[in-house]
Design a protein around this ligand. Structure first.
Ligand SMILES: Nc1ncnc2c1ncn2[C@@H]1O[C@H](COP(=O)(O)OP(=O)(O)OP(=O)(O)O)[C@@H](O)[C@H]1O
Ligand SMILES: [Mg+2]
Length: 146
């Protein structure tokens, strides 16, 4: 039997990712799956410093990006709490699709839910690049919400 134990929502704070979260909340009502909400901090384009030991970019721009992502995840968590829906948030660093896929495989997620588009602005594309990569490379089903 098809069993969804762990549902992962890719959340970037966009209206589409909010819709994805709403669908996830509906689905866990029936499946009683664990709801995990992941948001990936993307390295700022402007390079502001480098830590020799970790190889991770540091500096004010990186910190601002991280703070923004924390706020985005807090908003999602508050949204779930207001609906009495238990959820866990995960903040990752790096290239969004790579990190989401790696995490989903490690955690044996049964299904990923994302939006068709996110915060990026290339209206011409049918699907955003993160959504495309998730659909193409994740080994579990991906539900793309529009
Ligand atoms: N940084 C992120 N962290 C978590 N989920 C993300 C992130 N970026 C995108 N997503 C997920 O992927 C979905 C599609 O967004 P995507 O980034 O592919 O589109 P876009 O921003 O319009 O285009 P692009 O990023 O290619 O310019 C979002 O609705 C969200 O579910
Ligand atoms: Mg994007």
């Amino acid at each position: 039997m098809l069993k969804i134990n762990k549902l992962l929502v890719a959340y970037d704070g966009s209206a589409q990712s909010q819709k994805a979260l709403d669908w996830a909340i509906d689905i866990i009502e029936y499946t009683h799956a664990d709801l995990l909400i992941v948001s990936v901090v993307t390295p700022p384009i402007v390079y502001s410093g480098f830590d020799q030991n970790s190889g991770i970019m540091l500096g004010p721009l990186w910190e601002i990006a991280e703070q923004e992502t924390k706020k985005v995840l807090d908003t999602a968590l508050t949204y779930c709490r207001d609906k009495n829906v238990p959820a866990q948030t995960i903040l990752l660093h790096g290239i969004p699709d790579d990190e989401i896929i790696k995490y989903a495989h490690q955690q044996e997620i049964n299904m990923i839910i994302c939006g068709t588009r996110g915060l990026g602005g290339f209206e011409g594309l049918l699907l955003g690049s993160v959504a495309q990569k998730l659909v193409t490379y994740a080994k579990m089903p991906v539900l793309v919400i529009k």
